[in-house]
Write a protein that binds this ligand. Structure first.
Ligand code: MG
Length: 295
């Protein structure tokens, strides 16, 4: 799930964030929660077919959480009425699962899911294509968004600061030519966040650099972040529908959202919500992922 940037973060330099630093044992508990989220992703991906409703996907997620003895961090969060967010087409984030939203061939859905194990949270999202026949620019949009997330993950290094993660995400997106010309919209009002004993913790992570916000805290072992770029084919601006949750682009262009929860350890980054801890993808980027504490 994503958090709205507080007005203070948008308008002036942010106050120093209080960052919760985790021990290796605590990161192992977060890895357990992250693997439940990975299982929700696998099960809902399989269920996201034409004819399924987004409520059906929510039911799939609810069962996975129960089977793992986990708890939902989305259900009841600020009054949110479901276990996952299902955001279809022009919906950017926080779509509410519904019997009335039936997936059809050609749709693009982003599923955002989370879980709690022993009080420790995981949070991650993916974008998927329903059926077939998607326009190349939609496939490219999702690729650019996912790869920008990995660029951000690769920037989770000792010696870096929070702004280096924001810069890596933004730089990746800006270097990709957009099919048909123009610029991608990097969603401004929402971003990533610290995660640990709560789903949303300091610091807020913008998906672009805003100089007046400063460099942010240093990245040290035990620092955990949910990294989650949201990118549209048009505007970076969003509005919230009358249900008080559903976030859409103001110009109706479709969007993509990818997210992983990541821990920085003494031995490098560990992608808590990826089945392999991020090992394969980080290797492509020339980075050795931290060993899986549960392996
Ligand atoms: Mg999140």
């Amino acid at each position: 799930m994503v958090v709205e940037a507080a007005p203070s973060l948008r308008s002036r330099k942010a106050p120093a964030a209080m960052v919760q630093i985790k021990s290796p044992e605590q990161i192992a508990r977060m890895r357990e929660a992250g693997l439940v989220v990975a299982a929700i992703h696998a099960a809902t991906r399989e269920a996201a077919v034409p004819g399924a409703s987004t409520k059906d996907l929510d039911e799939v997620a609810r069962k996975v959480i129960a089977e793992h003895g986990a708890k939902s961090n989305f259900l009841g969060y600020g009054g949110f009425p479901a276990t996952i967010c299902t955001s279809v087409n022009e919906v950017v984030v926080h779509g509410i699962p519904s019997d009335e939203v039936v997936l059809k061939d050609g749709d693009v859905i982003s599923v955002d899911a989370g879980a709690i194990i022993d009080g420790w949270h995981g949070d991650a999202a993916y974008t998927a294509f329903v059926g077939s026949g998607h326009a190349p620019e939609l496939i490219e949009l999702s690729r650019v968004t996912e790869e920008s997330m990995w660029a951000g993950i690769a920037a989770m290094k000792q010696g870096h600061r929070l702004v280096d993660v924001s810069r890596a995400i933004e730089t990746y997106i800006r270097r990709q030519p957009k099919p048909g010309g123009g610029r991608y919209g990097i969603i401004e009002d929402y971003g990533g966040h610290g995660i640990g004993t709560e789903m949303h913790m300091d610091p807020h992570l913008l998906n672009y650099v805003e100089k007046r916000r400063g460099k942010g805290p240093k990245l040290v072992p035990g620092f955990c972040l949910a990294i989650e770029p949201m990118v549209s084919l048009g505007t970076p601006k969003t509005e919230v529908l009358s249900d008080d949750w559903t976030v859409v682009t103001t110009d109706g262009t479709w969007s993509s959202h990818w997210e992983h929860s990541v821990a920085l350890t003494e031995q490098g980054p560990l992608v808590l919500t990826s089945p392999d801890g991020g090992r394969a993808k980080l290797a492509e980027l020339g980075i050795v992922a931290a060993p899986d504490p549960l392996a």
